[in-house]
Structure formats: structure tokens, C-alpha cells
Design a protein around this ligand. Structure first.
Ligand SMILES: [Fe+2]
Length: 174
């Protein structure tokens, strides 16, 4: 797998989490309670897998490698991606507290933001990365990604994250 294949695979799992978050926000907005602990758990998942793991790979490794290969840091797609990561972090914080209707509204904003963000990365940013990064840069990225996962432990792996999402999905359906 190339580095962008790894990130696309992570996007697939994040999109699944967004579908669940959307369904949960619909319930919360309608005043239907969620299973005990469900909401804090998906927030923790988003923070851990989507942000600390996935966004860290992009911000600490992929984007700097692209900048080194000549892609501008600001005023282009990388700047937009960084801004969107920050907006996502702010929305996650806002989802943690407040009235259920407000938390549901922030969650819906987060779902819309991240779906569009993932579309842009898959459709524009990753093809650009594949075009500008030579074999050496790709190999270095692969090693750095392995470093991020080693640092964060088993929880950062796709199978582990996907299993957690399947459990949350079952709990929501149950
Ligand atoms: Fe991404």
C-alpha cells in the first residue's frame, strides 16, 4: 500500500463513523436518548482515530513531504485541509457539552465538514501527492506512518478502530 492508500483506507472507516454519528445526531435532535455512554465514546473515537492518528499522519508527515516537493503550504489545498482539521477539532469540543439539540447540530456540521473534506483529499490532494512524491519520499512516509502507529499503540490500527465502530453501530441499532 502507498501512503495515500493507507489514508484512503482510514477514510473508509471514518466515513462509516460519520454515518453513525449522523444517525445518533438525528436521535439526539429528536429528543430520543442514546445508549448509555454512546456519545462520549464516539467523540473519543473521533479524537483518537480520526484526529490523533489520521490527521497526525497528514499534518506531521504527508503535508510537510508535499511542501518539500514544492506544493505551497498556504494559499492552496494544503492550507484549506489544515483549516478544516482545526474547524473539525473545534466542532468536536462543541459536541461534548451543552443541550442535546445544540450538540446534535454541531455533530451534523462535523459530518458535513468531514465528508466534504474527505472528498477533497481523495479527489484532489492525494492524486497531487501521488504525482509529486518520488519513490524515496513515499518510502520515508511509509516509515513515518508506521512510527505514528507504534507511538499510539494498537488502538490506532484500522482493524481495532473498525471493530470499535462496528460495536457502536450495533449498540445504536440494538
Ligand atoms: Fe484525511
Amino acid at each position: 500500500m502507498t501512503p495515500t492508500d493507507v489514508l484512503r483506507e482510514e477514510h473508509r472507516v471514518i466515513l462509516r463513523a460519520l454515518d453513525l454519528l449522523e444517525a445518533a445526531a438525528r436521535r439526539l435532535g429528536a429528543g430520543t436518548p442514546l445508549p448509555d455512554g454512546w456519545w462520549p465514546e464516539i467523540i473519543e473515537w473521533l479524537r483518537g482515530f480520526a484526529d490523533r492518528n489520521h490527521h497526525a499522519k497528514e499534518e506531521r508527515s504527508l503535508f510537510p513531504a508535499m511542501v518539500k516537493a514544492g506544493v505551497p503550504l498556504s494559499g492552496g489545498p494544503i492550507g484549506v485541509m489544515l483549516e478544516e482539521h482545526e474547524r473539525g477539532r473545534a466542532l468536536i469540543r462543541a459536541m461534548e457539552a451543552g443541550e442535546p439539540a445544540a450538540r446534535a447540530a454541531r455533530a451534523r456540521e462535523y459530518v458535513t465538514l468531514l465528508r466534504e473534506h474527505i472528498d477533497k483529499e481523495n479527489g484532489v490532494l492525494f492524486p497531487l501527492a501521488d504525482a509529486v512524491l518520488d519513490d524515496r519520499a513515499q518510502a520515508a512516509l511509509t516509515r513515518e506512518f508506521e512510527g505514528v502507529e507504534a507511538e499510539q499503540g494498537r488502538e490506532a490500527s484500522v482493524p481495532h478502530a473498525e471493530a470499535a465502530i462496528e460495536r457502536l453501530g450495533a449498540a445504536l441499532a440494538g
